[in-house]
Design a binder for this molecule. Structure first.
Ligand code: PLP
Length: 362
């Protein structure tokens, strides 16, 4: 398709073209039922088949062991920032967090509304340009859980490996890197992600929760905020975001067609490698502020020598079919988000543009 943009948006983000085309084919008449999947009851067998198949696909692709629930929630990953302490931060316990960037900070702030919070590690003094080493994580033994943000979307820093927390449940916000690489899910008691980067469109938040985290939860919190409500009703207590879940279903099938997460990870390393090489071989024209060992494969942040040149870079890229390269408004600079669905050709085009821009401006 000739008129597709080079889409480097941070989220909502690029979807695979094949997925959009498949959805387009089925948009008006889903599998011959004479209606769109959006127009049918969430209690119908046609919808339930999609719902349950999506869970089964995620379980298989992500290697989720038995003993975990896969929930489809609403309210974005942001609602999880409060649902987690509401459900799991019991009186007398501490909610522990690794503070790695803007999204972890939001999770911490929300938890502090509900109980005592401790920072097990923080890279705030390094302006979040480095993920703390696992050996720097100092976990209070009285923790109800340890929460980490596996990939900081705004700063562009990513955990390369995950802490062992023993009996203390590990909870991961994987909103911006879920399914970008294989993960040992069994290390986590909970993983959650807003869908709108690697999973599908916005509207659904996936939460993968170990059964033993779901026992003995408070009954005094609002029904929709209780994980138990959703786990006991297979995420069908109320009307689920059916169309978003259907799109996640198509994205998961696409991931399987690519060869699964090992292939996806290899592709992602190659794609981000093209852009990181353009930065690293630029003799300082481009500057990657994130520590080498914490660089994200999903969100590549970089700077030019001043803001004027950055503005010029953005303006020129926009004229050449590139979208979404402006850094987050809170940190400025430039950011290329190279999620699963961003094609190799887009990354190659960007790397070439960067080299050309450098030659013309240095
Ligand atoms: N956590 C991370 C790591 C994110 O990147 C985002 C959104 O970009 C969120 C949480 C918030 O997600 P939502 O907009 O679904 O609430």
């Amino acid at each position: 398709m000739g008129n597709r943009a080079y889409n480097f948006n941070a989220g909502p983000a690029a979807l695979p073209l094949e997925v959009l085309q498949r959805a387009q084919e089925e948009f008006v008449d889903f599998k011959g039922i004479g209606m769109s999947i959006m127009e049918i009851s969430h209690r119908s067998s046609e919808y339930e088949q999609v719902h349950n198949e999506t869970q089964a696909l995620l379980k298989r692709i992500f290697g989720i062991p038995d003993g975990y629930q896969i929930l489809f929630l609403t309210g974005g990953a942001s609602s999880q920032f409060s649902m987690i302490p509401m459900n799991f931060l019991k009186a007398g316990k501490v909610g522990s967090y690794v503070l790695t960037g803007a999204w972890a900070e939001k999770a911490v702030q929300e938890a502090a509304l509900f109980g005592e919070v401790a920072l097990a590690a923080s890279s705030k003094e390094q302006k979040f340009m480095k993920i703390p080493a696992l050996s720097e994580i100092n976990l209070d033994p009285n923790s109800a859980y340890l929460h980490i943000t596996s990939n900081e979307t705004i700063e562009g820093a990513q955990f390369q490996s995950f802490p062992d927390t023993g009996n203390i449940p590990l909870i991961g916000d994987m909103s911006s890197d879920i399914l970008s690489r294989p993960v040992d899910v069994s290390k986590f008691s909970m993983i959650y992600a807003g869908a709108q980067k690697n999973l599908g469109p916005s509207g659904v938040t996936v939460a993968i929760i170990k059964d033993d985290l779901l026992v003995d939860l408070p009954k005094t919190i609002p029904t929709m905020m209780r994980y138990e409500t959703h786990s006991k009703n297979n995420s069908l207590y109320n009307t689920p975001p059916a169309y978003s879940i259907y799109m996640v279903n198509l994205v998961l099938k696409w991931i399987e067609e690519q060869g699964g997460l090992t292939v996806i990870e290899k592709n992602n390393i190659e794609k981000s490698g093209l852009i990181y090489s353009a930065i690293d071989s630029s003799n300082g024209f481009y500057r990657g502020p994130v520590d080498l060992g914490s660089r994200s494969n999903m969100n590549i942040t970089f700077r030019l020598q001043d803001e004027e040149l950055e503005k010029k870079f953005i303006k020129e890229t926009e004229g050449q079919g590139f979208v979404g390269l402006k850094g987050h408004r809170s940190v400025g600079g430039l950011r290329a988000s190279t999620y699963n669905a961003v094609p190799y050709a887009s990354c190659k085009a960007l790397a070439e543009f960067m080299t050309d821009f450098q030659q013309r401006n240095s």
